[in-house]
Design a protein around this ligand. Sequence first.
Ligand SMILES: [Zn+2]
Length: 265
Amino acid sequence: MKLFETHAHLDLPDYNNDRDVLINKCFAGGIEYIINIGFNKETSLSSLELARKYLHLFATVGYHPHEATEFDAEVIKRLARDSNVLAIGETGLDFFRNLAPFPVQREVFFNQIRLALEYDLPLVVHDRNAHQECYRMMKKENVKHAVLHCFSGDLVFARQVLDEGWMISFTASITYPNSILDDVIRITPLEQMMVETDCPYLSPQSHRGKRNSPLLLHHVVEKIAQVKEMTPNDVAEKTFDNAYRFFRIPPDPVKRKSTKSGRKK
Ligand SMILES: [Zn+2]
């Protein structure tokens, strides 16, 4: 099974003891591509650093709503043109933990929506208990190219997202006994679906309490296959193609060349 991991945090200290061994094991074990996600200045830089090391690993740059008070547009502008950077994010709104004041979250999300449009990059959106506010802001700015990562919305929000042509990405939270996402999985066409681990967080039910990694991504695929009554292979293939297109994966030689200059424009 060939898989595309669309949301990982392999630059975090959780992987300091075995990062390179683990990443090589992922690539040897069927994970074809990995998108490593920045969520503040430090992790945007470390994601890019990791992407420069691996041919099939790419980075995103952005500020998570929890980090909104640290927002610095110059950091994103400086990094966004690097050919290893394929998206802006993760950004969005989090009215659940509410670690930054709402008005600051909105302002910083708005700025990153604008940057994504300006740099013609897809947007990786984190939404927690802020579904309608995310929807309103994204629609107002006429966002076309976005993924709702670790989808946690209801059916109403799912339909809104799908109608806009945005993507829905599932983590192993769909494997938890209290998950209410089966109906969302049912109504989401495979064409608008991607899969991710959000590792080191959100380990699948059978591995809860342990560190997550892309090696466990197949649990997400298997759960979707079970709900949609398809084969895991069909889900793997389709979500792979979606992610490949969504992130506009460049051909290998382009990336090899660009790691020297680091610039595409
Ligand atoms: Zn994340």
